[in-house]
Design a protein around this ligand. Structure first.
Ligand code: ADP
Length: 362
């Protein structure tokens, strides 16, 4: 088992697209880390570089203590699980699982023992004689995971392994993968565009945008303390509300002016020196407030209800506040056409609109 380390890692494809920009990241041995970001942000490229399936344009990559820049995929002892399982269609699950070990000249008896142990762990013993065409998508994905485990790899690379499954099965397999990681204790690097999947499964998430690491941390930390506007917008459902604002200082206390209303805010959580400078220079700021940090109150900021999304246990109210669209999470019930809202003042984020950087105190 091994950790993975990238130093100034870059990937530029022959068409000039830079998919990975100056990655500096250390993934500890045994960690479950999720790479998350919109489609095209470079997640798969980075994963494929670890697997040895993409060359490195610049920088260094280590698996454990071994620099692997020039080491071929078969010598890296890494297992990869793909979205489309990639099992050989003409071979049974048993033969699919055995193939890698046979190539390593592992004795037949040991191969059998290993396959049965893993198949038992995954509950797929009764599938061993089947071919991929005779199984459901979920069963194929379990078999593909089984094939990865029998290799006893130093790390597992999982590229959107659940995205072809239906919602119920995806939930179930998420839990199975979490338990599997606990049982094996091997490094898992998991790629997904689904932030809920990343948040619920991984010990650490790496948020990426346009080939750049925007933030890395424990899921709840990243949610509570986004370093930039991109991360704040990507993590959390429904999405955080962004409102343009300016900051004003009156007799030592600060206020955020948003459209035609003003909010006092608690200065403790911000880098006030930087914020004061931004205010003095008239820098355009963006205020971020999550739908769960606002509520419907008898008095407050007036809002017109445009529509109510009922999800069962709760409602997402889509509101128009002085021409701005705001979503508020509230109990599921009937609402009048006009409501008042209040914001939790200490849950407000402020970002530099141009650079996207947060003003939260580090
Ligand atoms: P993600 O996994 O986050 O969706 P990818 O790593 O697949 O992103 O792609 C990152 C960027 O690199 C995209 O702009 C994509 O079009 C580009 N890209 C991916 N593979 C290749 C390739 N083989 N040749 C050229 N460009 C590529």
């Amino acid at each position: 088992m091994s950790g993975i380390r990238a130093i100034n890692l870059n990937k530029i494809y022959s068409n000039g697209v830079q998919a990975v920009k100056d990655f500096n990241i250390e993934i500890a041995d045994g960690q479950f880390i999720a790479l998350v970001g919109p489609s095209g942000c470079g997640k798969s490229t980075f994963l494929r570089m670890i697997a040895g399936l993409e060359s490195i344009t610049e920088g260094e990559l280590f698996i454990g203590d071994r620099k692997v820049n020039d080491i071929g995929p078969s010598e890296r002892n890494i297992a990869m699980v793909f979205q489309n399982h990639a099992l050989y269609p003409t071979m049974t699950v048993y033969d699919n699982m055995a193939l890698g070990l046979e190539m390593q000249k592992v004795p037949k008896k040991i191969i059998r023992e290993k396959i049965y142990n893993v198949a038992e762990m995954l509950g797929i013993i009764d599938l061993l004689d089947r071919k991929p065409g005779q199984m459901s998508g979920g069963q194929c994905q379990r078999a593909a995971i089984g094939r990865a485990i029998v290799k006893e790899p130093e790390a597992f690379l999982l590229d959107e392994p659940l995205s072809n499954l239906d919602a119920a099965l995806r939930d179930q397999m998420r839990l199975e993968l979490i338990n599997l990681h606990k049982k094996l204790g091997t490094t898992f690097i998991y790629v997904t565009h689904d932030q809920v999947e990343a948040m619920t499964m991984a010990d650490q998430i790496v948020v990426m945008d346009k080939g750049v690491i925007m933030q890395r941390g424990a899921p709840m930390d990243v949610y509570a303390h986004p370093h930039n506007k991109f991360t704040a917008g990507f993590i959390g459902t429904p999405q955080i509300n962004f409102l343009p604002c300016v900051i004003e200082c009156h007799a030592g206390s600060y206020e955020a002016k948003i459209a035609d209303f003003t909010l006092p805010f608690d200065g403790n959580q911000y880098d006030m020196a930087a914020l004061t400078k931004a205010a003095e220079n008239g820098l355009p700021l963006t205020l971020g407030i999550r739908p769960e940090h606002m509520s419907i109150t008898p008095k407050g900021i007036e809002a017109a209800v445009e529509y109510v999304e009922l999800t069962g246990g709760e409602a997402y109210l889509h509101l128009n506040v002085s021409g701005m669209q705001i979503v508020v999470k509230a109990p599921a019930k009937e609402y009048p056409q006009h409501v008042c809202i209040a914001l939790e003042i200490n849950k407000i984020y402020l970002f530099d609109t141009e650079s996207g950087q947060s003003f939260e105190r580090g």
